[in-house]
Ligand binder design. Structure first.
Ligand code: FES
Length: 149
């Protein structure tokens, strides 16, 4: 268990209870998921029940309770992206990475997620690799994108 890392994250927030989402973001960034043992330690340290932590962790798509890959690839299947071929893009990603939605490749390099809108509807279909949005995607373009990592 990495108490020091959690202590360091907590120390960045003068007020912890009102900043639980921010603290969880930092933990997610540090570990690439929310490890149970560290969450239990956090719960004790800031005196917030685990049920409250889990309800936030489960509500936001951004948080993961299982280990995630080095890169997160989100494929959008919102209406605009779906209409313009988002499903074909998703099928290509599944084929290339040999994983399904919410899964991580064996080498822990990629985690695949499906989202309902990336805010780039006019440039659909869109995907997001880590923090960067890629628009007007096709199966060939997403294949190249994956290769570039
Ligand atoms: S529906 Fe895909 S970006 Fe909005």
């Amino acid at each position: 268990m990495e108490k020091e890392k959690i202590d360091h994250i907590i120390s960045k927030f003068p007020e912890t209870k009102g900043n639980l989402i921010g603290i969880l973001h930092e933990i997610q960034n540090e570990f690439r998921y929310l490890p149970e043992e560290e969450l239990r330690y956090l719960s004790r340290e800031i005196e917030v029940p685990m049920t409250q932590i889990y309800s936030i962790a489960n509500f936001y798509n951004r948080f993961s309770l299982t280990p995630t890959g080095e890169h997160e690839l989100c494929v959008c299947l919102g209406t605009a992206c779906h209409v313009k071929g988002g499903q074909n893009v998703l099928n290509q990603v599944k084929k290339d990475l040999k994983i399904n939605e919410e899964e991580t490749t064996e080498d822990m390099k990629f985690t695949l997620k499906v989202v309902r809108c990336l805010g780039a509807c006019s440039l659909a279909p869109a995907v997001m690799m880590d923090d960067e949005t890629h628009s007007n995607m096709t199966p060939d373009l997403v294949k190249e994108l994956i290769k570039s990592f």
